[in-house]
Design a protein around this ligand. Structure first.
Ligand code: ADP
Ligand code: MG
Length: 283
């Protein structure tokens, strides 16, 4: 496993104000971290904590004000790396409707590879393969705007897959979806991760966060916690202080502890919760 597949070194990002009466905003404050190839990382944090700025730095849509971002060793400040960085780290955004370009699903999916000059028969092959991977192949001739939210986001992911990425960054890509759509997208992400694609998923849904290898909690432009889901979420009070929920299993044990029990708080599995409660009740 390549450990520093993605590397941030003392990264600061400041949004400069164009107007004298407004102040600059320091959105990211001295962030250093490494992400290994093949990791499934979930990033959580309240609104304004810096998550989208972080995501945009990974894709070289933004360049750090101070410090460096390296993607597979490529410095995002070096213009000659931009195309390769954007091809290898695809971004999926919150609103699927803003990402639709083509009049059919397959045209939409072909847009990325066309743009980087892939030959037509290779595009054909890649588009079919990508649409099959995300389970949308049967809709390939449909207009994308008629699909459900979950289907649209899967088309968005297919468009990235057709570029043969090794990392996919999702900036609240499940936020506008219903529970079914969210599950569809998570299933695709888990499958792609199983094939070795690095996933960086920004979300407000803790049931998605528990599926990750690693949870990064941001607050006030800084990384406040970084660990496995159970490492992070067992710090219930600290997580809540940052305006975030904990997964339901932990919430339940936490509430029981307030009523006199003494359960461990690092439990993400409901069968385990049931077992612990049964034992405590039956003595
Ligand atoms: P999140 O995605 O966690 O909500 P953002 O990265 O969007 O956080 O924002 C981090 C901080 O930067 C916030 O204070 C936000 O108001 C500010 N910010 C974000 N985008 C801009 C912008 N284009 N211009 C000025 N300030 C911005
Ligand atoms: Mg955001």
């Amino acid at each position: 496993m390549q450990k520093d597949y993605i590397k941030l070194k003392n990264v600061e990002y400041i949004y400069r104000s164009d107007f004298a009466e407004e102040t600059d905003v320091k959105a990211l404050d001295n962030i250093s971290l490494e992400i290994s190839k093949g990791q499934f990382v979930v990033v959580i944090g309240r609104n304004g904590s810096g998550k989208s700025t972080f995501a945009r730095l990974l894709n070289a849509l933004l360049i750090p004000t101070e410090g460096f971002v390296y993607i597979k060793g490529m410095n995002t400040k070096d213009n000659k790396n931009l195309w390769e960085i954007r091809r290898t780290t695809g971004m999926v955004f919150q609103n699927p409707d803003n990402q639709i370009i083509g009049t059919t699903v397959e045209e939409d999916t072909a847009f990325g590879p066309e743009n980087i000059g892939i030959p037509p028969d290779e595009i054909r092959k890649r588009v079919d393969e990508a649409l099959k991977t995300v389970g949308i192949y049967e809709f390939r001739e449909h207009p994308p705007h008629l699909l459900s939210g979950g289907q649209k986001q899967r088309v968005g992911i297919a468009g990235i897959l057709a570029m043969k990425p090794d990392c996919i960054i999702l900036d609240e890509a499940t936020a506008m979806l219903d529970p079914v759509g969210r599950k569809e997208v998570m299933k695709v992400l888990e499958m792609l991760n199983g094939e070795g694609i690095t996933i960086i998923h920004i979300t407000h849904h803790m049931e998605e966060a528990v599926k990750a290898d690693r949870v990064i909690v941001m607050d006030n432009g800084k990384i406040q916690m970084d660990g496995t889901p159970s490492d992070v979420f067992q710090n219930v009070e600290a997580v809540k202080k940052m305006g975030l929920d904990v997964p339901q299993s932990i919430e339940l044990l936490y509430e029981l502890n307030k009523r006199g029990f003494d359960f461990p708080l690092d439990v993400l599995d409901f069968d385990k919760v049931a077992e612990l409660v049964k034992k405590a009740v039956n003595g």
